[in-house]
Design a protein around this ligand. Structure first.
Ligand code: NAI
Length: 390
């Protein structure tokens, strides 16, 4: 369904801010955007260093005259061209997201932005309002949620296969920053610096990924109140946390917990979600994304596998199989599935069509993540008290 279908006349003329040479996430944005030929990279302010920006842009096949030293100049200059950019992806450290998103929307561009979308709910709501007034799309790259089995989980829950949802156990707890690696790694250094990273480290860097997985699987779930404790085992990271626990009460009686950590020594990723219902549970782990564990009380454990006929084929996201059963799909396919949808959403919005039928991580996902972080900080910094979520 997804592969190389020409979904509209011309690819969307697209640029990036950030994501330059050696960045952690730039390559996967470009690989995902290129996958279905729905975006064409024509410009960029890829790097904070202008020479590196041009050199790297040429490497990517971008005309050097469209490699800009400053994103504001890019938006101005591109607006003067008949073939100027229509959309931009923002893959810079967190502190720039808000100002860059705002400028892009005001320049009439569709935006794909990294998480966390910004630092406060107020900023996020402002971005939403500008996007609405300009009739533009904001996509947020919660990149794990394009996996087929995540959507199988969503469909199973919607269909009542688990019964009534009772417990959601979320975690993203790796061990890569168990020592002070930031001393020699600029990509970690900014993550533990509040002025660049924002009010949180692991909660915003990885915790919101796990939270959004839950949101995708159980979309009706609304947090009623939460309690958070956060700490830094590497002293120099204070006031930001390298470990956090969050307890949640959901509207309707379900409960949940989330563990975000960068000091889970020995662990590679450990991003897992377990949804427990009154009849059965499911568990998904991003290190084995093609499988979903399905456990019905009193029956043998089942391992559901991507691409099989027994999955819910009536759901387009579950049917989004690119390479057939038996071949492993991975993070590139998950991201490409998101970029595919971002393109469809942008095209539909530009034509004034509705997006009701189309799932993708949009502005609501962005706002929800920022609200979660705000509430976690409020709770943790007040002695781990329970805080109302509204
Ligand atoms: P990084 O530090 O590896 O790379 C940042 C890039 O942005 C560099 O190329 C740098 O030169 C460029 N840059 C910085 N300031 C700039 C400016 N003012 N104008 C233009 N370019 C600028 O950072 P990384 O790890 O790639 O993270 C970038 C963003 O992506 C962060 O917000 C992070 O949270 C997010 N991220 C998301 C992931 C996901 O799974 N969705 C995974 C990894 C990162």
């Amino acid at each position: 369904m997804f592969n190389e279908e020409r979904r509209f006349e011309q690819p969307i003329r697209w640029a990036m801010v950030g994501g330059g040479r050696g960045s952690q996430i730039g390559y996967i944005h470009r690989a995902a955007a290129a996958r279905d030929n729905l975006f064409q990279l024509v410009a960029g302010a890829f790097d904070i260093n202008p020479e590196r920006c041009i050199d790297f842009g040429k490497n990517l096949g971008v005309d050097p005259s469209r490699c800009y030293s400053d994103y504001k100049v890019m938006f101005e200059e591109e607006a003067k061209r008949e073939d100027g950019i229509e959309a931009v992806s923002i893959a810079t450290p967190n502190k720039f997201h808000y100002e860059m998103c705002k400028a892009a929307l005001e320049a009439g561009l569709h935006v794909i932005c990294e998480k966390p979308l910004c630092f406060t709910v107020e900023e996020a709501e402002e971005l939403k309002a500008i996007a609405e007034s300009k009739n533009r799309v904001i996509g947020v790259t919660y990149g794990y949620t394009g996996y087929q089995m995540v959507h199988q989980a969503r469909k199973m829950i919607e269909n009542g296969d688990l019964g009534e949802i009772r417990i959601i156990n979320m975690q993203f707890a790796h061990g890569w920053h168990s020592t002070e690696v930031e001393a020699n790694d600029p990509g970690t250094k900014w993550r533990v610096s509040p002025e660049v990273s924002g009010p949180t480290y692991v909660l915003g860097d990885i915790g919101t990924h796990a939270l959004y997985l839950a949101e995708v699987m159980v979309p009706d779930l609304e947090i009623k109140e939460l309690m958070c404790t956060r700490q830094s085992f590497i002293e120099s990271r204070t006031p930001l946390e390298d470990n956090a626990f969050v307890l949640m009460h959901f509207e309707g009686g379900a409960v949940g917990n989330l563990w975000a950590s960068a000091v889970n020594a020995g662990a590679i990723h450990e991003q897992k979600i377990r949804v427990v219902g009154s009849k059965a549970s499911i568990e998904w782990w991003d290190e084995h994304p093609n499988q979903l564990v399905y456990e019905v009380q009193g029956e043998p454990k089942r391992l559901l596998d991507r691409g099989h006929g027994y999955l819910y084929k009536d759901d387009p996201a579950v049917a989004a199989d690119r390479i057939g059963c038996g071949h492993a799909e991975g993070l590139f396919e998950s991201w490409a599935n998101l970029y595919h949808r971002f393109a469809l959403a942008m095209n539909a919005t530009s034509k004034g069509e509705t997006l009701d039928h189309l799932w993708f991580p949009g502005i609501k996902a962005g706002i929800d993540g920022v609200r979660f972080l705000e509430k976690c900080v409020e709770s943790a910094d007040n002695g781990a008290k329970w805080v109302d979520y509204k």
